[in-house]
Design a protein around this ligand. Structure first.
Ligand code: HSO
Ligand code: ZN
Ligand code: ZN
Ligand code: ZN
Length: 271
C-alpha cells in the first residue's frame, strides 16, 4: 500500500491547530502515505480577531528546529518535509518575496484567506454583500496576488471562498466564474507555479475538493503540469482524508503523476 503524499497539513505551530506533529506523522505512517509535509500558517497582515490580537504569525525558527529533530526520529519510517502555507497579499508582498532567504524550506503554498484584507471565514463578512460579487472579488484578489507575490510553489485551495458561503441555499456554479478562473489558471501556469487538490472541502460538506474537479480538468487543458495533493488537516485524524477521491480525480483529469517538493523543487511521482 503506497498512498500519495500529504502536502498540506497543520499542527500546533499553526495558530488554528492543536495537533501534535508526532501524531500527524504517525497517522501518515498508519495510512501508508508515501511522505508528509508540514505546511504551517503564516499570514502577514491578517486582521485581528475579536479577542486575540495576533493570529497566523509563524514562529519560524522554533518551527524549523522542532520539526527538524522530530523528522529524524521517523526517518526510517516516512520522509517528512517542511513547508509553510503563506497567506498572499499585495500589502505584504516584500516580506513574502523575501521569506526564507536561507532556503531552509522544502515547499511553500501560496494561499488567499482574505478578500482585500477581510476574512470571509466569519459570517458577518458576508452581511449585506452580494455572493457572486464576493466570489468574483476573491478571484480578482488572486490575480492581484499573482502579480505581486512570487515566492511560493503552488496556489492553495483556489476556490476556498465557497467553503464559507453562509447561505446554504446558494447554488455555486463554476460556469458563472469560468472566465476569471481561466485568467487565474493561465497566470499560475505562466508564472511557473502549480495548484493543489485540497480535500478539506469534502469534510466541509461541499461534496467537492478545492478546487473542484472542473477546475482541475481546466488547469490540465490549459497546460498545467504541477499538482500536489493535500488534506489541509488541522487534526491528526484528517491526515490523508479524501485521498481516494483525489487520486481518481487526477486520473480522470489525465494526470499520470502527482508532485511533491523537496528544497523547493518539484518531483514527479507516478500514480
Ligand atoms: N485559515 C483558516 C480559516 C480561518 N480561521 C480564517 C480564522 N480565520 C483555514 O485554514
Ligand atoms: Zn487553518
Ligand atoms: Zn489555507
Ligand atoms: Zn491550510
Amino acid at each position: 500500500m503506497n498512498r500519495p503524499a500529504d502536502f498540506h497539513t497543520h499542527s500546533l505551530f499553526s495558530s488554528d491547530s492543536d495537533a501534535k506533529p508526532e501524531e500527524n506523522i504517525k497517522a501518515a505512517i498508519n495510512l501508508g502515505l508515501s511522505s508528509i509535509c508540514f505546511t504551517e500558517h503564516n499570514d502577514f497582515d491578517f486582521p485581528p480577531e475579536d479577542n486575540k490580537d495576533v493570529l497566523f504569525q509563524l514562529d519560524f525558527d522554533n518551527y524549523i528546529s522542532s520539526i527538524a529533530s522530530i523528522k529524524e526520529l521517523y526517518s526510517e519510517q516516512i520522509p517528512v518535509y517542511i513547508g509553510v502555507e503563506q497567506g498572499l497579499c499585495r500589502s505584504a508582498a516584500d516580506r513574502i518575496n523575501d521569506y526564507d532567504k536561507n532556503h531552509i524550506l522544502d515547499f511553500i503554498i501560496g494561499s488567499s484567506h482574505l478578500v482585500y484584507g477581510n476574512d470571509p471565514y466569519y459570517p458577518k463578512f458576508w452581511e449585506g454583500r452580494n455572493i457572486d460579487e464576493v466570489i468574483n472579488a476573491y478571484y480578482e484578489s488572486i490575480l492581484d496576488n499573482l502579480d505581486t507575490c512570487n515566492n511560493f510553489d503552488i496556489y492553495g485551495h483556489i476556490d476556498y471562498i465557497i467553503r464559507y458561503i453562509p447561505d446554504k441555499s446558494y447554488k455555486y456554479n463554476y460556469k458563472n466564474f469560468s472566465d476569471i478562473i481561466d485568467e487565474v489558471l493561465k497566470k499560475i501556469i505562466y508564472n511557473g507555479k502549480g495548484i493543489e487538490i485540497n480535500t478539506a472541502g469534502l469534510r466541509y460538506g461541499l461534496n467537492a475538493t478545492n478546487p473542484s474537479a472542473e477546475i482541475v480538468l481546466r488547469y490540465r487543458e490549459l497546460g498545467g503540469e504541477i499538482i500536489t495533493i493535500g488534506s489541509d488537516a488541522h487534526y491528526s485524524r484528517d491526515i490523508g482524508s479524501g485521498f481516494d477521491i483525489a487520486y481518481d480525480m487526477l486520473k480522470s483529469c489525465n494526470f499520470k503523476y502527482y508532485n511533491i517538493f523537496r528544497k523547493r523543487k518539484p518531483e514527479f511521482i507516478q500514480l
